[in-house]
Design a protein around this ligand. Sequence first.
Ligand code: MG
Length: 165
Amino acid sequence: MHNMDIRSLRTGIGYDVHQLTAGRDLIIGGVKIDFHLGLLGHSDADVLLHAVIDALLSAANLGDIGKLFPDNDASWKGISSMILLEKVSEKLRAASVEIINIDSVVICDKPKLLPHVPAMKTNICRVLGIQDNQIGIKGKTSEKLGFVGAMEGIESYATCLVLVK
Ligand code: MG
């Protein structure tokens, strides 16, 4: 690492939002959370994984989630976003991109996310082949403001730093 050219480091940012609705599972970070509302989307609508995927793809200059997994493609309908993350992980490996770290925020007033963070980290680390000190996941409330406060949706931001070898 000490001989690394600093110009081989790349940052990425990702953002995602999904509507909260009745009759759907709430899946965040690959964890199914017991709640009366879930996220609406073409896939399982895992807002955190989608933000992480976009941050990674962007840093690696490999496009974005909409380009790789278009929502008009029936093969991605209802798919677990853990599978999408796995495909992204393979793409990163093929492009010799090493993840240095990921940080993320999920903005959501209810339910409380903190109890689920360890399981989310375990899921993401397993698929990406990183250690749990290489990923941050924070739950944050909106203080009842805006669409998040109105329980109309959940949003997530992620950043990452990668090394392109
Ligand atoms: Mg999404």
